[in-house]
Design a protein around this ligand. Structure first.
Ligand SMILES: *Cc1c(COP(=O)(O)O)cnc(C)c1O
Length: 374
């Protein structure tokens, strides 16, 4: 197949980074502009407003230079100090990353686990809350990108809120791609990244904070360590330098402009329409895999629409399938992560190529041809 935008570059069907629209790339390629002054402040604030639409929040949002994990580290480090108890949902690789980050901040981690491929059970969260009344925060991944499972965030939020436990969600492959309602679901801190659902270049973490999130940071006995990834620093500068430089550091202006263009493009027909795009793409792909007799990892209502994980056909190492699709179809898909490496494969349904039905058909045809060769 022809590659991206008429080049020979492989079509990118991995769960991030994803294909960036040519109009967004054109924005990215403009001469660099400075990161302060009234004009830039208006651009930055308009981008923050767009980010708030993605998270469906009326509260605060920040664009932190860095990948999604910078946003996770900022949220967790601002909230937790040594000895604080935190509940963490772990049913895949990225739940494990939340734990890894929380441990570096000295928190005591209570794991709420489920098998890779299953969602975290609401009952297990309830039980952990009963057993750990000292819990200060709960950290959960919405779309677990390693398995394509959606966790029941909308049901977990009210449980934590009832007990005054701060709720932080990794929405990196859900905000802007799935229904994600920060305020309605009692989420206090939400994190996403530019290179996933909204299909901008990598480089910016998007972090939203509600009133209970701020309260959780203000109520700590010792202020957060560190300055850059401390959300209180970001709030302080947003307010103190509001009229010319509403953030503490040099914003990567080209990345912000590209993110703004990408979100405007994503939301041009409204968020519900954008979400349907992922639903159609994942539905088409899942049906095609099922028709080939390939086992899907996530089932039914908890299957994500932004990423699909499946078991590699007829016991083949998934690296074989990945190499075959790249060599014969010029399509790049992703391997399983962690313990599922070389056993599962993953396909992202974010960005232009990955949601194009013709490209999904071509991918399915390639996977079918791989199956028949064996
Ligand atoms: C991609 C991803 C991350 C990591 O994001 P980086 O931008 O690589 O730091 C974290 N969580 C989830 C669910 C992801 O999909």
């Amino acid at each position: 197949m022809k590659g991206r935008h008429g080049t020979t570059d492989p079509l990118l069907l991995i769960p991030g980074p994803v294909d960036v629209h040519p109009s967004v790339l054109a924005t990215f390629a403009q001469p660099v502009v400075p990161h302060y002054g009234a004009e830039w402040t208006a651009v930055y604030n308009a981008t923050v407003d767009l980010v708030k639409q993605l998270f469906m929040t009326r509260h605060d949002a920040f664009l932190i230079p860095g990948s999604g994990s910078a946003g996770l580290d900022a949220g967790i480090g601002s909230l937790l100090k040594e000895g604080d108890t935190v509940l963490i949902g772990i049913n895949g690789y990225f739940g494990g990353r939340l734990k890894e980050i929380a441990l570096t901040h000295g928190a005591t981690v209570v794991e709420v686990t489920a098998e890779w491929g299953s969602p975290v059970a609401v009952e297990a969260v309830e039980q952990a809350l009963r057993e750990h009344p000292e819990a200060k925060a709960g950290l959960f991944v919405h779309c677990e990108t390693s398995t394509g499972v959606l966790n029941p965030i909308e049901r977990i939020g009210p449980l934590l809120r009832q007990r005054g436990v701060t709720f932080m969600v990794d929405a990196i492959t859900s905000a802007g791609g799935e229904s994600f309602r920060m305020d309605d679901w009692d989420i206090d801190i939400a994190v996403s990244a530019s290179q996933k659902c909204v299909a901008a270049p990598p480089g910016l973490a998007m972090v939203a904070v509600g009133p209970q999130g701020w309260k959780g940071m203000e109520n700590r006995a010792r202020k957060p360590r560190g300055w850059y990834l401390n959300l209180l620093t970001w709030r302080q500068y947003r307010d103190a330098w509001a009229d010319w430089h509403p953030f503490p550091v040099t914003e990567p202006t080209s990345n912000v402009l590209a993110l703004k263009a990408a979100i405007e493009l994503a939301l041009k027909d409204g968020l519900p329409d954008r979400i349907s795009l992922h639903r159609r793409a994942s539905g088409l792909f899942r049906e095609g895999l099922a028709a080939l007799g390939i086992e899907l990892v996530a089932e039914g209502t908890y299957a994500a629409h932004t990423v699909t994980a499946a078991v590699s056909p007829s016991g083949a190492e998934s690296s074989r399938l990945i190499e075959y699709l790249l060599a014969s179809r010029n399509i790049r898909i992703a391997d399983g992560m962690g313990k599922t490496a070389n056993k599962w494969f993953r396909v992202g349904h974010m960005g232009g190529s990955a949601t194009d039905p013709r490209i999904i058909e071509a991918l399915l045809e390639g996977i079918g041809a791989f199956c028949r060769r064996r």
